[in-house]
Design a protein around this ligand. Structure first.
Ligand code: FES
Length: 163
């Protein structure tokens, strides 16, 4: 004759392998997801070399190119971007992307200002907005000096709003 305790122990022993199996599947599934999931955002925390600080001198903003990695889903691409370096302002770095609708801003040396060719927004030499439809000045980019080199993190406002 089976007691009530024997029955419940047998029931437990019947479901025990299922529980172990479910635990193993959950662990494997979690590991596979972490490995295979698409990365949605660019690796914006990478520090990118711009140039030696000793090469970045003078009163005028300088245009430099950097190559940043962009990640969209499983696709990783590299893209070249222009940035502005302000040697006279402790090597502050500004984005060249107009905050209005994303056109590329240029430096007008003779007029001492940045201008956007799309809808005529103008910015002072430190990036502050002068006039036009742009809602703000040019966006500063995170920068640092490491071993005599100016480095920058390339972050677009598009990435910031998605993150
Ligand atoms: S995109 Fe620059 S003013 Fe419109």
């Amino acid at each position: 004759m089976h007691t009530k305790a024997d029955k419940s122990r047998r029931s437990f022993l019947k479901i025990l392998p299922l529980g172990v199996f479910a635990g193993v599947i959950a662990s494997l599934g979690g590991a596979a997801f972490r490995f295979l999931r698409p990365r949605l955002f660019a690796a914006t925390d990478a520090w990118l070399d711009v140039a030696s600080v000793s090469e970045l001198t003078g009163p005028q903003p300088l245009t430099r190119k950097i190559v940043a990695e962009h990640i969209a889903g499983w696709a990783i691409t590299t893209e070249e971007h222009n940035i502005f370096v302000l040697p006279a302002k402790n090597h502050q770095v500004l984005s060249t992307i107009c905050p209005h609708e994303g056109c590329e801003v240029v430096w007008e040396q003779g007029r001492d200002r940045f201008s956007c060719p799309c809808h005529e927004s103008y910015f002072a030499a430190d990036g502050t907005r002068i006039s036009g439809p742009s809602p703000r000045g040019l966006d500063p980019l995170p920068m640092r000096v490491q071993d005599g080199k100016l480095q920058v993190q390339y972050v677009s406002k598009e990435q910031e709003t998605r993150a």
